[in-house]
Ligand binder design. Structure first.
Ligand code: 4AD
Ligand code: MG
Length: 467
């Protein structure tokens, strides 16, 4: 078998019949009768299986007993036109080697229960299902498209640190990083934890965002983006929150909020179009299996102009809706953050398309956002999406040293960890803007999955860090 090279199933399915081939993969199903067996083989290269046809007369009866769902095979044979419906070609097997058997009694995917909840408990194996194959191929393609988009625009890919001493968003949701012995914590004379004894000589955490370092990059290189994991110890057990998620954060010198919104809109449309153009089979599979409005929704986003609306007007629309009988669980008041039910009302019911909400009250947004003349709002922009709610959060940044320092003092923030950041405003400050796209939120939209735990291979959520 060894002189002939293995061909991936994706390529076999598109190849011309009439040649000898080798396929390798895992058995999805086996059926047949005494004379002939049909094996559906999948190797992860695409959603579809290739059908292996084996005449019982040519093989040892014992071999077929070992070919069960999940077993791994190397199959040599002739690629022939398929007589059955459903596939153009199949392999008429001449040799079958079993790489690894798979005990049907113990194989976790043999179970009748194929619910998403069950599959999360066997996340080490769920990548072998059609659904997770499709989702993870899409995830990989989207990561590639993100780099392609920014590379084509001449942005610099900046690697910002994962271990940091600053809480960018100021929400206090950081995971501490320490090598101190927790059974014997060193103390200062005053009884405080003595971080000078810790690995970095100070208190450190996992980053919630690469933005602050990203701003250092943008005010030197012009236009940068980061793309990496971020960590938040927020105790929100929702279908849209992870404790470890990936974020793309572009940061651009000389961009105002309008330029920022234009980039965000172009970026998302590019990614959605990329998925439709390059991952059609996987998108179609997810559309057909889970949500037959998925493709329609994706095409809808590409073909529409996002609404751009100040927060204050958003509140007015919501209040009007309440006056007309719309019910919400949470109250709507100027000055409070919108709940996802409010965001979704605006996007799904009122406008029927993505909405970029701008100019939020300063007290519900981070310290670095550009302050508006009214003294009450900041130049924030959240992009709100159907079924997801917030997919992007960003803003124009406060470029004035004086205003930034005033805000930092007003909020009572510690400046010891922040002087390096404030230097951007001290030395050649420029107007600049940026935003963060939650990678898994994007994937929720593109795959149509309804729980964020199902668009990342190994989700980290409160009380769950398995695998
Ligand atoms: O709105 P956020 O908190 O903004 C920032 O972190 C800014 N520093 C970004 C920037 O301006 N450079 O987060 C940005 C996005 C959200 O819109 C959401 O899509 C996603 O990150 N996100 C989460 N995704 C999954 N799980 C969580 N716990 C998330 N928190 C935020
Ligand atoms: Mg946000």
């Amino acid at each position: 078998m060894e002189t002939l090279k293995r061909t991936k199933i994706k390529d076999l399915l598109a190849a011309a019949p009439g040649q000898e081939v080798i396929a390798k993969g895992w058995v999805r199903t086996k059926r047949g009768n005494k004379q002939v067996k049909f094996i559906a083989l999948n190797d992860g290269s695409c959603a579809a299986n290739i059908q292996i046809v084996a005449d019982a007369a040519n093989f040892d009866e014992e071999l077929f007993k070992k070919i069960t769902t999940g077993a791994s095979l190397c199959v040599k044979g002739n690629l022939v036109e398929s007589v059955g419906s459903g596939q153009a070609v199949e392999i008429q097997a001449t040799e079958i080697e079993i790489y690894g058997e798979c005990d049907p009694m113990r194989f976790p995917l043999q179970k009748k229960d194929t619910s998403m909840e069950y599959l999360r408990t066997v996340a080490h194996m769920r990548m072998r299902t059609n659904t997770f194959g499709a989702v993870l191929r899409l995830r990989s393609a989207m990561a590639y498209a993100i780099h392609k988009f920014y590379n084509e625009k001449g942005f610099v890919y900046l690697h910002t640190p994962l271990i940091t001493e600053s809480d960018c968003e100021g929400a206090g949701q950081m995971f501490q990083v320490t090598t101190l012995n927790l059974d014997e914590i060193p103390r200062t004379k005053k009884g405080a934890i003595d971080y000078s004894k810790d690995f970095f000589g100070k208190q450190t955490s996992l980053t919630v965002s690469g933005q602050l370092e990203g701003e250092l990059g943008a005010t030197a290189l012009g236009e940068i983006y980061t793309f990496g994991p971020t960590f938040r110890a927020e105790n929100s057990n929702t279908p849209r929150h992870l404790a470890e998620f990936w974020m793309i954060e572009p940061e651009m010198a000389f961009y105002d909020i309008k330029d920022n919104m234009d980039l965000a809109e172009e970026f998302i449309k590019y990614l959605v179009k990329y998925a439709l153009d390059n991952c059609r089979a996987d998108v179609q599979f997810l559309n057909d299996k889970y949500d037959n409005t998925l493709i329609e929704r994706l095409e809808g986003v590409i073909g529409t102009e996002f609404v751009r609306l100040p927060y204050t007007q958003g509140i007015e629309i919501l209040k009007e809706a309440i006056a007309n009988g719309q019910q919400f669980e949470y109250p709507v008041d100027w000055g409070t953050d919108l709940q996802s039910e409010h965001e979704r009302y605006l996007v799904e019911k009122h406008f029927g398309k993505p909405v970029i909400l701008t100019d939020y009250p300063k007290d519900i947004k981070a310290f670095y956002m550009k302050q508006n003349e009214d003294g009450k709002t900041v130049r924030a922009m959240d992009v709100l999406f159907p079924k997801i709610g917030e997919i992007i959060g960003g803003s124009e940044r406060e470029a004035s040293l004086e205003k930034l320092e005033n805000r930092i003092n007003e909020l009572g923030m510690s400046r010891t960890n922040l002087e390096w950041y404030i230097d951007t405003r001290r030395f050649g400050t420029v107007p600049h803007s940026g935003f963060g796209l939650g990678f898994e939120r994007l994937l929720l939209f593109v795959t149509g999955m309804s729980n964020i735990r199902d668009v990342i291979p190994f989700p980290r959520t409160p009380k769950n860090a398995e695998f």
